[in-house]
Design a protein around this ligand. Structure first.
Ligand code: MLC
Ligand code: AMP
Length: 502
């Protein structure tokens, strides 16, 4: 049997031959058969430039339907898709390319010069909404491509996640991992052909690329395809949609739109939130304004979605619901013993959705799994013990030093290392401060060397040339020293409370 994820989608493509799939607001409608044809042509083009099953194809491209066809083409040809945030800068890209050694890099036309300096032996091809070299090469290729036979454990994608060590890790996701999660979500959230998903998420992270598009393709429904999230546009499109997915920032921004009303969201059957904590205030305000209880779920790049509040039944603010079907989730103490409801512990997960490990990091992979095969998420939580939501999971924090800003992860060490290497800096600490819009905003506390007149502007300016701007601190504070505990560890909680009111 062919375990290639595309074969699951293909059933719907065949059945839905000329049905609409991607609806571009004020633009064209892309039908299922067009998507299948373009992905076939791209698959041929990738094979023609030398790609062989298992090769990596890196993509740093804007969100347009061609990019979706590229992802599907990689699945079909048995290539490993490597999506990259369009914000990543030269040093970040150099690391990913050296680590993943892609055979092909697909980029925005304006990035061609930069890629040529980084790409080593990879073939670099451009792609944008107008076309590009990749589509030129695909132009005369057949519109039919025999999807290659993949085994369940063959890799479908490598998605990089930042790490506590400051070094990004490539999470290896197989066809089985992605298929298992997609099937569980379609069932759990009740997707049918009649749905129209409002898709405003970027497609270089698991939320937009896998959760949202897989639900669409597996149920044969349609998606309203926004190049990026804009609260006004989203509110105006709600009446044409039945489901919306977003990070909490989308919901706080929608609430700031006076046009978000009960009437405007009447056609929606399901609002889903995830990737970062949804504040109970946001949940309550959204329900009061629209009549909808946002369904919050919990997931990770390494695992896909882990738990979800129910489609039918109570959705409890401040909780992320119960394990999805086929998954085992446990909360354990430091010795690995299960915690009873109401006791906080480490969250671990096991199931067909859980990745096989980090690309070329066997030691790191071993560290992150328990002896009996559970993946240690690094999140802390508890099973709810009270009547309301009994047995649901509540996330209460992270064992890992991680900032989530607008649904994007920033590991402080990566930023600290860059600040520390600047002239005139003794040391720094990067922290997340509460932010109404982004949930957490990145901030840095910097200790300057005597006689050095550092400025917030200069530090921010220097960082912007080196790392994606979402990682760059929104504020930089200066201090004579950093508070440390008896072990010499910087007390970030002290810094957070000191600077959160400034
Ligand atoms: C953009 N900027 C951010 C930012 N996004 N800064 C901090 N945090 C963010 N999330 C910065 C840009 O670098 C830029 O900086 C400025 O803000 C304006 O950029 P923009 O693109 O116009 O921003 P905006 O449209 O406001 O984007 C914010 C956002 C977007 C929240 C809409 O980040 C977004 O769509 N986030 C979703 C991320 C996501 O998909 N997460 C899922 C990960 S998967 P400057 O200085 O240049 O102006 C996962 C697993 C799971 O977590 O469970 O789902
Ligand atoms: P990523 O590495 O980008 O996949 O991010 C995964 C992390 O996002 C998880 O380990 C959690 O810390 C966080 N996360 C995902 N969903 C939620 C949620 N609903 N509430 C709180 N945190 C979440």
């Amino acid at each position: 049997m062919n375990a290639n994820l595309y074969t699951l989608f293909e059933d719907h493509f065949e059945a839905r031959v000329s049905a609409p799939c991607v609806l571009i607001p004020k633009g064209r409608v892309v039908h299922y058969d067009e998507l299948a044809a373009l992905s076939a042509r791209i698959a041929h083009a990738l094979v023609r430039v030398g790609c062989r099953q298992g090769d990596r194809v890196a993509a740093q491209v804007d969100k347009h339907w061609h990019a979706l066809a590229l992802y599907l083409a990689c699945l079909r040809a048995g290539l490993v898709y490597l999506p990259l945030n369009v914000g990543y800068q030269k040093a970040e890209l150099a690391y990913f390319f050296a680590d993943a050694t892609p055979r092909v890099i697909v980029c925005r036309p304006e990035a061609l010069g930069l890629m040529a300096t980084l790409a080593c032996t990879a073939v670099v091809l451009t792609l944008d909404s107008q076309g590009g070299e990749l589509l030129d090469r695909a132009a005369d290729a057949p519109e039919i491509f025999d999807t290659v036979v993949s085994r369940p454990d063959d890799l479908a994608a490598i998605v990089y996640t930042s790490g506590t060590t400051g070094r990004s890790k490539g999470a290896m996701l197989s066809h089985r991992n992605l298929a298992a999660n997609a099937l569980a979500l379609v069932e759990h959230w009740g997707f049918t052909r009649g749905d129209v998903l409002l898709h405003a998420l970027p497609i270089y992270h698991v939320h937009g690329l896998f959760v949202a598009t897989h639900c669409t393709l597996l149920s044969g429904c349609r998606m309203l395809w926004l190049a990026k999230f804009d609260a006004k546009e989203t509110t105006s499109l709600l009446p044409s949609a039945t489901v919306m997915m977003g990070v909490p920032t989308y919901y706080t921004r929608l609430l700031a739109e006076p046009s978000l009303t009960r009437e405007a969201s009447r056609s929606i059957r399901l609002f889903v939130s995830g990737s970062a904590p949804l504040l109970p205030e946001t949940f309550d305000a959204f329900r009061a304004r629209t009549g909808h209880a946002i369904l919050e779920r919990y997931g990770m790049t390494e695992t896909g979605m882990i738990t979800s509040n129910p489609l039918e039944g109570p959705r409890v603010a401040g909780t992320v619901g119960k394990p999805l079907s086929g998954e085992a989730v446990r909360v354990v103490d430091a010795t690995g013993a299960p915690c009873p409801p109401g006791t906080i512990g480490h969250i671990e997960v096991k199931g067909p959705n859980v990745f096989s490990g980090y690309w070329r990091m066997p030691d790191k992979t071993r560290e992150e799994f328990s002896a009996d095969g559970y993946f240690k998420t690094g999140d802390m939580g508890e099973w709810v013990a009270s009547d309301e939501g009994y047995g649901y999971l509540r996330l209460v924090g992270r064992a890992k030093d991680l900032i989530i800003t607008g649904g994007l992860n920033v590991y402080p060490l990566e930023v600290e290392e860059r600040i520390d290497s600047m002239d005139g800096v003794v040391e720094s600490a990067v922290i997340g401060l509460p932010d109404h819009d982004l949930g957490e905003a990145v901030a840095a506390v910097v200790v300057p060397a005597p006689g050095h007149a550092l400025t917030e502007r200069a530090i921010i300016g220097a960082l912007r040339d080196e790392i994606a701007t979402f990682k760059v601190p929104k504020r930089v504070f200066f201090a004579d020293d950093l508070p440390r505990n008896a072990m010499g560890k910087v007390q970030k909680n002290v810094l957070r409370s000191k600077y959160s009111t400034l």
